[in-house]
Design a protein around this ligand. Structure first.
Ligand code: PBG
Length: 335
């Protein structure tokens, strides 16, 4: 063994010597107020369906969601994000149902806000669940995704959510100019207080697979690479975020989360606006599958992944683990 010629004055391990010292010096703490809970909804009554690629997560009718929300609110979760599964025969090439006043999402918002006025409702603004082609935008006869025509529909959709009582509308479609157009449309409809949370740096990711199973919303042809971002790029993320801020976004998002922590960190360091991150369906599926095989410790990995996302700069985190993580935090606070 090598002998030290100097006394060891710097011993970083002193700062890790006990649970209390570690707790006092910890730079990042997870809290239940960090979580947004995404939920999958469908038409009908008293129905709930499992999603095979997302064990533990279901698609459910609004009445069942409302009873689940009692628990969500009790746990202290501040926000939920409903995503609709729409029957194939109700979809069309113009995503007409996306802005119907009595559409599934619009009805869900009204009923949720009526029962739980304090619970924040953050709605997805993109055409894919309603569009016969399964794309976030309107598809032309030649297979192109039409930007400006799509933005017009997104504006109507956002206004219909705002009117129903959504606290945040959250465009996830990645069309150009949609944040400014939606801001103008909301203001024009007297909805100055409806906030916009922009999915600004949304990558064309294979980690969205289970979500598309949940909603039956996978593209019928082609992929989303002409609108969602190239996973190779970070400079482009900075441009997308800066444009969304200029256009009036109140908060922005980086998505997915764990594979894109470098992007999240750079966005959070650069811009003075709340930044969120979405721990997406594929990230959920990976952790659950490994835990089911006994290969990972579920509780520890859920909390570590969320803590890492927060440490990288997320002010809030969209996660299917929201309820579970809230329960873990409660458990830990009792120990
Ligand atoms: C729809 C949308 C998607 C997700 C959120 N909003 C899917 C997609 O863009 O294909 C993905 C969420 C997840 O994977 O958990 N525009």
């Amino acid at each position: 063994m090598q002998e030290f010629s100097l006394p060891l004055t710097r011993r970083p391990r002193r700062n890790r010597k006990s649970k209390a010292v570690r707790e006092m010096l910890s730079e990042t703490k997870l809290s239940v107020s960090d979580f947004v809970y995404p939920v999958f909804i469908m038409d009908g009554n008293n129905k709930e369906e499992a999603i095979p690629s997302m064990p533990g997560i279901t698609r459910k009718t609004i009445d069942i969601l409302l009873s689940e929300l009692e628990e969500v609110v009790k746990l202290g979760i501040l926000a939920i994000a409903p995503f609709p599964a729409i029957a194939e025969e109700l979809k069309d090439s113009k995503a007409t149902l996306s802005y119907a006043e009595d559409g599934l999402v619009q009805r869900a918002i009204r009923q949720i806000k009526e029962k739980f006025p304090q619970l924040l409702v953050m709605t997805d603004v993109a055409l894919d669940p309603f569009n016969a082609e399964g794309h976030d935008g309107i598809v032309s006869a030649t297979g192109e995704i039409l930007n400006d025509e799509t933005v017009e529909v997104l504006c109507k959709m956002a206004v219909s959510h705002g009117k129903a009582g959504a606290d945040f509308v959250c465009p996830s479609d990645m069309m150009d100019g949609r944040i400014g157009a939606i801001r103008e449309a909301l203001d024009g409809a007297g909805l100055e207080n409806t906030s916009i949370m922009a999915y600004s740096a949304k990558y064309a990711s294979a980690f969205y697979g289970p979500f598309r199973d949940a909603l039956g919303s996978a593209p019928k042809a082609g992929d989303k690479k002409t609108y969602q971002m190239d996973p190779a790029n970070v400079r482009e993320a900075m441009l997308e975020v800066s444009l969304d801020i200029e256009e009036g976004a109140d908060a922005v998002m980086v998505k997915p989360a764990l594979p894109y922590l470098d992007v999240l960190s750079k966005v959070a360091d650069t811009f003075d606006i709340p930044v969120s991150a979405y721990q997406v369906s594929g990230e959920y599926a990976m952790i659950v599958a490994a835990a089911q095989n006994g290969w990972l410790d579920r509780k520890a990995v859920v909390l570590e992944s969320l803590l890492s996302i927060k440490r990288a700069g997320a002010r809030f985190i969209w996660t299917y683990f929201a309820k579970e993580a809230a329960m873990y935090l409660l458990e830990n606070s009792k120990n």
